[in-house]
Write a protein that binds this ligand. Structure first.
Ligand SMILES: Cc1cc2nc3c(=O)[nH]c(=O)nc-3n(C[C@H](O)[C@H](O)[C@H](O)COP(=O)(O)OP(=O)(O)OC[C@H]3O[C@@H](n4cnc5c(N)ncnc54)[C@H](O)[C@@H]3O)c2cc1C
Length: 367
């Protein structure tokens, strides 16, 4: 910060999105202050780590942005490695999608989807011998995964190594005053800035003083980890997924999508379901031990796309929230976009599908 109570950029929210934004704005030479207090249910730590823009893909320029986000990951991981000296489990060598029945297999095999291809049972067995895929599978060859928990730790470290000022605490209220913005902290302190980046995840709508309601809702996802890494690639099937965490010799199994407001926790029904899904896809997992169970809150918008860009009436406010099911994928590119906007440059990508203007200004927030 140039003085103790003013910064070019203040970022509210310390998940992957906030961290990526703070790093990118500081890298542009903008004085940056990151403010956040991690809450239980933080999505960035709870997530599975799919980098999967071609699974349930968006359309048009939103899809192009998601594909760019996937492409940006390699250089992002390289940058973090250069700063910290640490490697991160990350791969873009494909995701498999298994049909549950022969009928579903026929439909999947006939799909005209150009971003994936159909594999025979023998081809699946060659790629992933531990999978039970009697009908074959759809292969999304360019998608992949990252260990989001390690990524979060690495970004924390990068923020510290970059000497980016960081306040661990709650922002109670935001204000807009002329062309500037300000935040009020829980201890009553007040900081002003040229650009205020809102990256508060599922808790973003709860912040008071916002120029308009933010149509983001928490959507709980339950998760479980099991011992062993019988598969090298993530696999979807039977209403769930398995994703390897090779560095921990574990797999993660998930997930649910539950509108239960801010309630965290797991249920026996969901965990038993995960066990069934895992064992049907990878029989060896039927005997695996449970390591941990947890849940997290996805910051969902109605259309599943993020809210990214300036507030139409208060351009000092930059939205970087509502990343829904793709916030891990989108974090690096979101940082780039926010840094361009805060520096006064046009973003290199079309962000019009992500404008907050796509929602009615009076959209009620049911959180
Ligand atoms: C179970 C599950 C699985 C997922 N799987 C994937 C996946 O495979 N791939 C993928 O791309 N995405 C996935 N997601 C989605 C992804 O995790 C989120 O989109 C992304 O992490 C959102 O990041 P965020 O930084 O916006 O929010 P969060 O990580 O939730 O961070 C927000 C932070 O801001 C803080 N904060 C909020 N308000 C304030 C305030 N007023 N003052 C101070 N601090 C504040 C919060 O405490 C929190 O620490 C998954 C999510 C879940 C829950």
């Amino acid at each position: 910060m140039t003085s103790s109570d003013f910064a070019d950029v203040i970022v509210v929210g310390d998940g992957l999105i906030g961290l990526a934004c703070a790093r990118a704005t500081a890298a542009r030479g903008l004085s940056t202050c990151l403010i956040g207090r991690r809450r239980p249910g933080l999505a960035s730590a709870a997530a599975a780590g799919f980098l999967a823009p071609t699974i349930d893909p968006a359309k048009g320029s939103a899809l192009s942005f998601m594909l760019e986000a996937r492409a940006r990951y390699r250089s992002f991981i390289e940058e973090l490695r250069a700063v910290s000296g640490h490697d991160l489990p990350f791969a873009l060598d494909g995701i498999l999608r298994l049909p549950a029945t022969e009928r579903e297999a026929r439909a999947m095999a006939a799909s005209g989807d150009k971003m994936s291809r159909w594999l025979s049972p023998a081809e699946v067995a060659e790629l992933e011998p531990a999978l039970d895929a009697p009908f074959g599978a759809r292969f999304h060859a360019e998608d992949g995964m990252v260990d989001n928990q390690r990524l979060l730790r690495l970004l924390d470290e990068a923020i510290a190594l970059g000497h980016i000022p960081r306040i661990e605490g709650d922002v109670r209220r935001v204000e807009t005053a002329g062309s500037l913005a300000a935040v009020e902290l829980e201890d009553g302190g007040r900081l002003r800035c040229r650009h205020l980046v809102l990256a508060g995840g599922a808790w973003q709508p709860l912040l008071s003083g916002l120029p308009r309601p933010i149509p983001v809702l928490p959507l709980r996802g339950q998760m479980m980890s099991l011992t062993g890494t019988p598969v090298m690639r993530p696999v979807f099937g039977f209403g769930g997924y398995v994703i390897p965490r090779p560095a921990d010799r574990q797999v993660i199994v998930g997930s649910t999508s539950e509108a239960v407001r801010y309630t965290l926790g797991t249920t026996d029904a969901a965990l038993n379901g995960f066990r069934e899904v895992a064992a049907r896809m990878v029989p060896a997992l039927a005997r695996a031990d449970e390591v941990r169970t947890w849940s997290g809150l996805r910051p969902m918008t109605y259309d599943g796309l993020p809210i990214l860009g300036p507030d139409p009436s208060h351009p000092a406010i930059l939205y970087a929230c509502g990343h829904s099911r793709n916030g891990i994928l989108l974090a690096p590119l979101t940082g780039d976009v926010i840094a361009s906007l805060a520096a006064g440059d046009a973003p290199a990508h079309d962000i019009s599908p992500f404008s907050i203007s796509r929602f009615p200004a009076s959209a009620s927030v049911m959180a």
